[in-house]
Design a protein around this ligand. Sequence first.
Ligand SMILES: Cc1ncc(C[n+]2csc(CCOP(=O)(O)OP(=O)(O)O)c2C)c(N)n1
Length: 330
Amino acid sequence: MAKSKNAQTSQAAAKRKLSEKQLHDMLYTMMLIRRFEEKALDLYSLGKVHGTMHLSIGQEATAVGASGALTQQDYLLNTHRGHGHCLAWGSQADLMMAEFMGKETGYCRGRGGSMHIANVDANNLGANGIVAGGLPISVGVGLSIRARNTEQVVMVVFGDGASNEGAFHESINMASIWNLPVIFLCENNQYAMSMPVEKSINIDRISDRAAAYGIEGVTVDGNDPEAVYAAVSSARQRAVAGKGPTLIECNTYRYMGHSKSDRQAYRTRDEVKAWMDKDPIERLVANLGMSKEDKDALFKKAEAEIAKAVEFAEASPEPDVADIMEGVYA
Ligand SMILES: Cc1ncc(C[n+]2csc(CCOP(=O)(O)OP(=O)(O)O)c2C)c(N)n1
């Protein structure tokens, strides 16, 4: 039994494009994202996080695979379900937690909250509560990169629902005709609120829409960080070589409801379980041939980092009402 498991593990190792160290780092970030969101949910239930919140538990592989393929000079535009992408981009858990709790020490001085985290110093240009809102912005960023003639790219993340918005089609069309270095990353988590993707889109692959705009389109397993990494790396290479934008569809699933108020009457427990059986963290643990003890120890490390983040956020000051409008843009 053990022998055949080892044989499988070394076969998987031979096929790997990433080093063992890169995969371990990705695994840790995925665990950090999961524990961050679980803790944020607890804090929400305790009334310490305000507004609403959209969790990406189950989608962690897309975030780490995509960010892992980009450089510190590239740009990120994010969605309302963007905590994972923020952390994978290198954002600090403590400053994010402070932002969630509306504290002055947060990335946006507590004015942004869960849905609007930006860290412009790190080229994270911000999440957006408007569905498809980041897409037209990415065209502007792409145009700026072209004008400055640098080897940067911009990645814009959006959902399957956003791909039915006019802004998606207009943005891809413009990026295509101007040959801009934009990576359009569609996170297809199978639902837009309660609307299943099969009922809102009459083709099997959202990436097939790329052909209508004369750009490359590819669909990958969004629960496999290596597959996402490979697709985003190729898209980046094409973009910096002046070959224009790419549409990448990552098939994945959210385990939690759309937001806090979702009773999830539109899906069955069996369906959720079937996706949980393809859990990205468990899959990578198995792929790395990691023992249960090592997995638990890594989760514990993530939990300790999150506990420190909460401590920092709890101890941070509230914003002063006198300057509450500072740093707010509309
Ligand atoms: C322009 C606009 N229309 C509607 C909404 C309300 N809304 C918020 S999230 C959402 C669903 C988005 O689905 P999708 O793009 O698939 O992303 P997901 O939530 O699945 O990550 C909708 C309709 C909004 N915020 N903005």
